[in-house]
Design a protein. Structure first.
Length: 722
C-alpha cells in the first residue's frame, strides 16, 4: 500500500478505516489506531462491528448495499475503544470506485479530540460559571467531581487540600465512601503516602496502577482495597506561586493506567481547582478588607455597625444596657508629624493590643478612623463604663517606645448608653462622638458621658459651622485693625488684623466663638488664607495712599502651622501685593509652638527665612518654657491681656509683667502689651520700658475707613487718608 492516497491518509489527522463489502477492516491509518486505542495491525482483519456499535454485520450489509459508487452516508456512531468504554463519534462512509479490497472508506471525525474536548470545555465553562455566581467552594468541587465521573464512569474523583502543617484534608469526594475520606483526613504528606500524599510531597503527578502491590500504598492499602478501589492517579494542584496546595485524584475499580483522556481531564481539573481556590482566597481577603482594619486587625466601622445592631437587639430582649465608647488619642497627630507614619502605625497597634486586653470577651473593639477606636460593651452599666474609661485613660497614658524614644500619649473618651440616650446604634455612636469632643475640650485624658445639653450645644455649633462656611464662600467676613503704638514716643508701630463676621440671621459673631469652630472643622485654613490676603491687600492700599501704617500683624492658628504649604502661601501673598516681607508680622500662640513638633518648627524657620517677623501671642498663658523662645526664630512677644488687666490690684501680675518685659529685652525681642485700657496700666508699662502697647485706651479695632480717620485725627499724624 504505497500509493499516494495511502501515504496522504497516513498523515491525515482524521481516523480512516477501509472496510470491504463484508464488513472486514482491511486497512487503517495511524489516527484510527490512536483513536481506537489499539495497534493498527491488531485492528486490521477485525469486523467493523467490533469497533463501531451501530455497524453490526446486518446493519453493515444494508448500508453497503445502499451505497453505490462515490456515494456517502453519515452516521452518529458509538465507538468502542480497546481499553475502556465507549464514545460518540461522527462517521462519514464513502463508497470507493473500482477497488474491491477496500471498497469503502470510513472517516471518523475526531472522536476523542472533538467530542471529548467539547465535554472538557463544557466542564470548564460550568465550573467557571458557578465560580462567578459565588457558589461555595465545597459545592463547586463536588460538582466538578460529579461531572468528571459522568464523563468517565470508570473512575471516581477526589480533591484533597494540604494545610499549613502538611496534612491532607478531603474537601470533595462525592462518590467515595465517607469512611475512607474520614480515615485519610489529617494524614501527613510524605514520600510514601499513597498517591495523593506523595504527589503533594514531590509536587509531581503520581500514577499507581495497582495499589495492592505498589510500595507507595503500603500504609494505606488496607483502607482503600476493601472499598473496591485498586488504582489511583493523582495530580498536584499548583498555586500561582508554584506551591502544591492540593491534589486531584482519580480512583479506578480495575488495576489500570490512566488513558490519555483521563490525563487530559486531570490536567484541566487540577487547573480549575487551582483557579477556584485562588478565588476563594481572594474572597477571604476581600472579606477581611471589607470588615477588618488591615493595620490593627480589629473590626472596622462596618463590622462595628453590624455588631452594635446585634448587641442592641440582644439587649432589648434581655432589657439590659449597652455602653458605647469612643476613644480618641489626643496627640496622635504629633506622633505622626514628629516621628513619622511608621511610628504612628506602631503607636496605634500598641494601643489596639493594650485596649483589647482589658475589654471583656463579647465586647467589640473596632478601629473606625485614623486614631479613633470604638467599643460596644453589652450588659455594661454606667458605673462599669466609667470604670473601664478610667482604665483606658490610664492605659493610653503609659509610655510607648517609638523609634527608641518613649512617647506618652493620652486618650479622650466619650460614652453613650443604651437605652437611656438612644435606641439605635448610629445615634449612640454619634452621641459618644459628641461626648468625646467635650472630653477633649475639657483637657486631655478625660472622659465624658453624653448628655442632652451637649446635644443642643453641638447642634448650635453645627449651625455655626454651616453659616461660617457660607460666609467664607460669599466673602462676608471682614477685617478690623487695632493700632499698636510705640510706648516711648507714641509712633505707630503697626496694626493687628482681627476678623469680623456679621451674619444676617445670627448677628455679630465674635471671633472668640467662630475661630474655635473654624479650627475644629478645618475651615481655619481657608479663613486664614483669606485673612492673610486681605490684610496684605489692605496694607498695600494704605502704602500706596501714603497712610503711615508701617506693618500689619496677622493671627495664625496652630492648625495652619501644621500645613507645610504655609510659607509658600505667605510668600505668594507678599509677592502679589508687592509688600516687603518685613511689613508682615505673624502672630502664633504660645501653645502652638509648645507641642514640640518638627513640622511646625520647620514651617516657622521657613517663614522666618522669607523675612516675615514672628510674634508669640498671649505670652504667659501657656505652660511657659522659655527654652522655646531661643529655639524658634521669634522677634516679638505679646504680653497677654490678662496680666495687663490686673496690673493695679495684683502684685504678682505686676511682677510677672515686668519679668516678661525683662526676658524680652534680654533676648532682644520686642515686647507688646495687649489690652491696655487705663492710663495707670500705661504708666506702669512705660516705667518698665515695655516697647509697644495695644488696647482700648488707644483705640478699639477699627474698620479700614475708621482707622484712617483715627490716624488723621491723631495730633502726631501728619499724613492724609484716602
Ligand atoms: P487676640 O489675638 O488675643 O486678639 C486680641 C483680642 O483682644 C481682640 O479680640 C481684641 O479686640 C481684644 N482687645 C484689644 N484691646 C483690648 C482691650 O483693651 N481690652 C479688651 N478687653 N480687649 C481688647 P477679638 O477681636 O474679639 O479677637 C479674639 C481672638 O480671636 C483673638 O485674640 C484671636 O485669637 C482670634 N482671632 C481674631 N481674628 C483672627 C484671625 O484672623 N485669625 C485667627 N487665627 N485668629 C483670630
Ligand atoms: Ca493676636
Ligand atoms: Ca492676644
Amino acid at each position: 500500500m504505497q500509493d499516494p492516497f495511502w501515504l496522504m491518509a497516513q498523515q491525515y489527522a482524521l481516523a480512516i478505516l477501509w472496510v470491504d463489502v463484508h464488513g472486514v477492516i482491511t486497512h487503517v491509518n495511524e489516527a484510527a489506531g490512536c483513536l481506537l486505542g489499539a495497534p493498527m495491525r491488531q485492528i486490521m482483519g477485525k469486523a467493523v462491528g467490533d469497533y463501531i456499535v451501530e455497524l453490526q454485520p446486518r446493519a453493515w450489509s444494508a448500508l453497503a448495499a445502499s451505497l453505490v459508487n462515490g456515494k456517502t452516508a453519515h452516521l452518529n456512531a458509538t465507538i468502542r475503544m480497546a481499553n475502556e468504554g465507549s464514545a460518540a463519534a461522527e462517521a462519514h462512509i464513502q463508497c470507493l470506485a473500482g477497488d474491491s479490497t477496500h471498497a469503502f472508506a470510513l472517516f471518523l471525525q475526531g472522536v476523542t479530540t472533538q467530542v471529548r474536548t467539547e465535554d472538557l470545555f463544557r466542564l470548564q465553562h460550568n465550573l467557571l460559571e458557578s465560580l462567578s455566581r459565588g457558589e461555595p467552594i465545597e459545592r463547586l468541587l463536588d460538582q466538578l467531581c460529579i461531572e468528571v465521573e459522568r464523563m468517565a464512569p470508570e473512575l471516581l474523583c477526589s480533591v484533597i487540600l494540604v494545610d499549613g502543617q502538611d496534612r491532607v484534608h478531603v474537601v470533595a469526594a462525592p462518590s467515595i465512601p465517607k469512611s475512607y475520606s474520614e480515615a485519610i483526613d489529617g494524614q501527613p504528606i510524605g514520600p510514601k503516602a499513597g498517591s495523593c500524599g506523595t504527589a503533594l510531597y514531590f509536587n509531581q503527578p503520581v500514577e499507581v496502577s495497582d495499589i495492592a502491590h505498589d510500595p507507595l500504598w503500603e500504609n494505606y492499602r488496607d483502607m482503600v482495597l476493601p472499598i473496591g478501589l485498586v488504582a489511583c492517579w493523582s495530580h498536584p494542584i499548583v498555586a500561582r506561586d508554584g506551591r502544591a496546595v492540593g491534589s486531584f485524584a482519580m480512583y479506578y475499580r480495575q488495576p489500570r493506567e490512566p488513558s490519555d483522556f483521563h490525563k487530559q481531564m486531570v490536567e484541566v481539573c487540577s487547573r480549575l481547582v487551582a483557579i477556584a481556590l485562588e478565588r476563594g482566597e481572594a474572597d477571604k481577603r476581600l472579606h477581611d478588607l471589607a470588615f477588618y482594619d488591615p493595620l490593627t486587625g480589629l473590626p472596622n466601622r462596618r463590622l462595628l455597625l453590624d455588631r452594635g445592631a446585634v448587641a442592641l437587639a440582644n439587649a432589648a430582649h434581655a432589657t439590659a444596657s449597652v455602653a458605647v465608647l469612643l476613644i480618641d488619642f489626643d496627640r496622635f497627630k504629633t506622633v505622626n508629624d514628629a516621628l513619622g507614619h511608621d511610628a504612628g502605625d506602631a503607636f496605634l497597634k500598641t494601643m489596639a493590643v493594650r485596649i483589647e486586653e482589658v475589654v471583656r470577651q463579647g465586647d467589640t473593639l473596632a478601629r473606625i478612623g485614623g486614631d479613633e477606636f470604638a467599643a460596644v460593651l453589652p450588659s455594661c452599666d454606667v458605673h462599669q463604663a466609667s470604670q473601664l474609661a478610667q482604665r483606658l485613660i490610664g492605659i493610653a497614658a503609659s509610655p510607648v517606645a517609638l523609634n527608641a524614644r518613649h512617647f506618652t500619649g493620652s486618650a479622650s473618651i466619650g460614652i453613650s448608653m443604651y437605652p437611656d440616650d438612644a435606641s439605635d446604634f448610629d445615634t449612640l455612636l454619634r452621641y459618644a462622638d459628641m461626648a468625646m469632643h467635650q472630653a477633649k475640650a475639657a483637657g486631655r485624658g478625660n472622659y465624658r458621658f453624653f448628655s442632652r445639653e451637649m446635644n443642643a450645644e453641638i447642634q448650635e455649633l453645627a449651625a455655626l459651622e454651616h453659616a461660617l462656611r457660607d460666609a467664607l464662600a460669599q466673602r462676608r467676613l471682614n477685617l478690623h485693625y487695632q493700632p499698636k503704638l510705640a510706648l516711648a514716643d507714641g509712633e505707630m508701630y503697626g496694626v493687628e488684623a482681627l476678623a469680623r463676621w456679621y451674619d444676617p440671621q445670627l448677628g455679630d459673631i465674635s471671633p472668640s466663638r467662630f475661630i474655635p469652630v473654624a479650627e475644629e472643622t478645618g475651615l481655619i485654613h481657608e479663613l486664614g488664607l483669606w485673612v492673610l490676603d486681605e490684610a496684605c491687600r489692605q496694607l498695600a492700599e494704605w502704602r500706596a495712599a501714603g497712610v503711615p501704617v508701617p506693618a500689619i500683624e496677622v493671627n495664625v492658628s496652630a492648625r495652619q502651622l501644621t500645613r507645610k504649604e504655609l510659607p509658600a502661601l505667605v510668600e505668594d501673598a507678599l509677592r502679589r501685593h508687592a509688600l516687603p516681607p518685613s511689613t508682615l508680622i505673624l502672630e502664633i500662640t504660645e501653645s502652638s509652638v509648645l507641642d514640640d513638633n518638627e513640622r511646625v518648627r520647620d514651617t516657622l524657620s521657613k517663614l522666618s527665612a522669607i523675612g516675615v517677623k514672628l510674634a508669640i501671642d498671649d505670652f504667659g498663658t501657656g505652660y511657659s518654657s522659655l527654652g522655646y523662645l531661643k529655639r524658634f526664630p521669634v522677634q516679638e512677644l505679646k504680653l497677654d491681656q490678662s496680666f495687663v488687666c490686673h496690673l493695679d490690684e495684683r502684685q504678682d501680675d505686676r511682677e510677672l509683667a515686668s519679668a516678661v518685659i525683662h526676658i524680652g529685652r534680654a533676648l532682644h525681642l520686642t515686647v507688646v502689651a495687649e489690652g491696655i485700657e487705663h492710663p495707670h496700666q500705661l504708666d506702669f508699662l512705660r516705667a518698665q520700658q515695655c516697647d509697644v502697647g495695644q488696647g482700648f485706651y488707644f483705640s478699639r479695632p477699627l474698620s479700614p475707613h475708621d482707622l484712617c480717620r483715627w490716624i488723621a485725627l491723631r495730633p502726631a499724624a501728619t499724613r492724609s487718608c484716602p
